[in-house]
Design a protein around this ligand. Structure first.
Ligand SMILES: Nc1ncnc2c1ncn2[C@@H]1O[C@H](COP(=O)(O)OP(=O)(O)OP(=O)(O)O)[C@@H](O)[C@H]1O
Length: 269
């Protein structure tokens, strides 16, 4: 596993329901996993907890290569070392700097100022080579988001967390590009998307609803795009958002594919 959570609960406001409620979910090394769910389901909070931006109220988060390590308060140092890449919904490149200058800045932050070869390799994988010398602010929003993904990939994180941009849904073409990161860099990618067409490209789709895992679909194919769209639109709410931890959406194309608790639970550090 590249990352997993055990009993992850996040409460921002004690008088309100938890943003995440006893979430047990695991992400396999090198997979592309889409996170879907209605507004307020807890998608961004899950990424923030995985990234170490938000501490869990209860439960644990494990992230790392090989035997994943507990994600505890020392997480900030791990973020700085680039073990997790995180592209937030409002992440933007410096608009007046070229894509390459943005990547050089990110490489310097990652302590790899001279690693231009990696910057160019990552830019190539993400389809940004033609735009390397374009001011990032001149690029369409999806390419700006991919520029931030490229920057987050420079330190060679084991997990890249990508939230949906606040300028629009993460499209199928963006997910297709992120899939190349899993194949060519071995990075685990966890991406929030509201697009069923995009989610259909993922190895798995995790549905969140009211802070819980409502269901997991493995290897969604084109023929389940309609199903995904219906589920996301809430039209199957009674059968798909059964708030049963890790339970399967009640559909023929969906399965209880949560890898579940890891076989080996490393001792807390
Ligand atoms: N920093 C915060 N402080 C207080 N409450 C928060 C905070 N962040 C999120 N919440 C609340 O937690 C719940 C889950 O929010 P979250 O943003 O994780 O959901 P989401 O599925 O990403 O929603 P959206 O699709 O609208 O971005 C919501 O009720 C939200 O209002």
């Amino acid at each position: 596993m590249a990352a997993y959570t055990t009993g992850l609960t996040k409460t921002y406001d004690p008088s309100d329901r938890p943003a995440l409620d006893n979430v047990n979910v695991a992400f396999r090394a090198g997979e592309l996993c889409a996170i879907m769910g209605p507004p307020g389901a807890g998608k961004s909070t899950l990424l923030a907890c995985l990234a170490g931006h938000e501490p869990p109220s209860v439960g644990k988060v494990y992230v790392g290569r090989g035997d994943a390590r507990p994600w505890l308060p020392q997480q900030v140092r791990q973020i700085c070392r680039g073990e997790v890449g995180f592209v937030l919904s409002h992440s933007r490149p410096f608009p007046g700097r070229t894509v390459l200058e943005n990547l050089e800045w990110a490489a310097a932050l990652a302590g790899r100022p001279d690693d231009i070869a990696r910057a160019e390799r990552v830019a190539g994988i993400l389809g940004l080579l033609e735009d390397l010398h374009t001011p990032a602010g001149h690029l369409p929003a999806d390419l700006q988001h991919l520029t931030m993904c490229a920057a987050a990939l420079l330190p060679d994180p084991s997990v890249l967390l990508v939230d949906e941009s606040d300028t629009g849904p993460l499209s199928a073409s963006t997910l297709a590009v992120l899939r190349r990161c899993t194949a060519e860099l071995g990075t685990t990618v966890v991406a929030v998307t509201g697009s069923p067409e995009a989610a259909a490209l993922a190895d798995r789709v995790v549905f969140l609803a009211t802070g819980r895992v409502a269901g997991i679909i493995t290897r969604p194919a084109e023929d389940v795009v309609h199903e995904l769209r219906e589920i996301f639109a809430g039209r199957h709410a009674s059968r798909s958002y059964v708030p049963e931890q890790g339970g399967p959406p009640a559909s023929s194309s969906a399965s209880a594919a949560d890898p579940g608790p890891p076989e080996r639970q490393p001792a807390d550090a």
